[in-house]
Design a protein around this ligand. Sequence first.
Ligand code: PEP
Ligand code: MN
Length: 262
Amino acid sequence: SANRKFHPQDTVVDIRGRKLGGGHFQVAAGPCSVENREQILTVADQVKAAGAGLLRGGAFKPRTSPYAFQGLGGEGIELLKEARERTGLPIVTEIMNISHLDLFEDVDVIQVGARNMQNFELLKELGHVDKPILLKRGLANTLEELLMSAEYIMSGGNEQVILCERGIRTFETSTRNTLDISAVPMLKKKSHLPVVIDPSHAAGLTWMVEPLSMAAIAAGADGLIIEVHNCPEKALSDGAQSLRPAQFSEIMDKVKKTVDFF
Ligand code: PEP
Ligand code: MN
């Protein structure tokens, strides 16, 4: 169970030898979408140089419009593996359909996106997978619902769940979503699972990624997941919230001064 009552100690998730939770901090960084070989290899090198511990990148993308770029699919996962080979960074990527599970066999962390947080049949299947699952909070879901979705995965036998707050829908329109910073202390009180913050999707604005990252650390988050692109103005998805590698590097310098995770 995700409930701290039954498991007082913090869960430490092991991602190819990199620990997350229980005092171990990790930063996952990379593009919203894997777009091509040069893009993902370039960004992977740059986020690694800045000090990221994990590489993120979407291969199957949950886009609002069916006419928008849908991701490279299996080819995107192959490119992520090549980037891992080159940098040593474990890879995090989103699954949308359980029929694609074979393609994720060599992926290090499987992401369940906000839009699938209550895809219960998907969650049940991931309960039988032996790898960490990054479970993102739905756009309009309560923390209790997020924890129940974690239970769906854990009750199937997979206890390696990482919770992610990525902002929720509110009446506020000046940011893409509203970062619920209180999710961090509340989830950590109720659960022993690691909690990470995604300031990129919460803000939807590059300039706000740094203050939200620092707020996440102050609130006690176990990690961050941040979008970085080598050329944000040409990004096929989420360019407005994607940092240039140099901007990411500056944030990492501040993060490294604030939290000891090496
Ligand atoms: C993403 O990580 O690119 C993504 C689609 O996130 P979310 O599911 O939180 O919207
Ligand atoms: Mn994105």
